[in-house]
Design a protein around this ligand. Sequence first.
Ligand code: 5GP
Ligand code: ZN
Length: 142
Amino acid sequence: MSENCIFCQIVAGDIPGRTVYEDDTVLAFLDANPLSPGHTLVIPKAHHERLNDTPADVAGEVMSTLHELVPAVEAAVDAPASTVAFNNGEEAGQEVPHVHGHIVPRFEDDGGRPIHALVTDRPDLSDDELDAIESDIVAEQA
Ligand code: 5GP
Ligand code: ZN
């Protein structure tokens, strides 16, 4: 548990949350300021700030919980679709520094946008630049 972390306080039961799924590793609860009905957050119970800091087995459990919950959340609010995403780091808009996946149910004509609307000024990358990025990412995994 991290002091002053609001999601750790929800895990500890110090702050109430509307829990929709819980096991030893993962907690899922309704977002307090939902973007749509059924907006759900899935978190590891242990405090990890970003996906980058999260052990692979824990990240896998978060992902499998998202996989289980997406159809349940959509069915519960009668949504035909959902946006499933992580704001991974402050510059990406992450406000609560305890890693969490969002399930945002989506509806026809809900006024929402796709993930491609995140960025308005897209970079114009050449083939050489794309090739360099490809090999840099592969090299980072070595
Ligand atoms: P972020 O911007 O970090 O990806 O998203 C944080 C999310 O946490 C926001 O959607 C916000 O509404 C939600 N949130 C912030 N504080 C609380 C809280 O105390 N309880 C719950 N259930 N959600 C919260
Ligand atoms: Zn935390």
